[in-house]
Design a protein around this ligand. Structure first.
Ligand SMILES: [Zn+2]
Length: 116
């Protein structure tokens, strides 16, 4: 009896796309497409849920949304064990800082090219 019920439930979940690798996706969470993730074995993500974290740089508490995670792991192909550690503001700051550094390096390289 119970067995049948479980099977039916499983079929229904599968039809709804709520079974990933035999793991049931909890209500309100986004199922993952493991085939789109970078290969990671046990670290693969089966589903995504909104996650609160504290920024390592400024201490702000931010939510890493399930939607952003799906994009990060399946479009950007980030390693599935990675976690968010910086808030949006600090990420932006870092990006600008890196771009400035790159520009500076290019200028230096350009100058040394002219000299030789
Ligand atoms: Zn921050």
């Amino acid at each position: 009896m119970r067995e049948k019920k479980l099977k039916r439930r499983r079929r229904r979940l599968e039809a709804q796309g709520r079974m990933v690798n035999g793991v049931e996706v909890p209500d309100g969470e986004i199922p993952a497409d493991i085939s789109k993730q970078a290969p990671a074995g046990y670290s693969s993500r089966y589903y995504y849920r909104d996650k609160e974290f504290t920024c390592v740089e400024c201490g702000a508490v931010e939510v890493w949304t399930a939607k952003d995670q799906k994009w990060y792991f399946e479009v950007i192909k980030a390693y599935p064990a990675s976690e968010a550690i910086r808030c949006l503001k600090c990420r932006k700051k870092r990006r600008i800082h890196k771009a400035e550094q790159r520009r500076h390096m290019e200028e230096v390289a350009e100058k040394s090219k002219k000299r030789t």
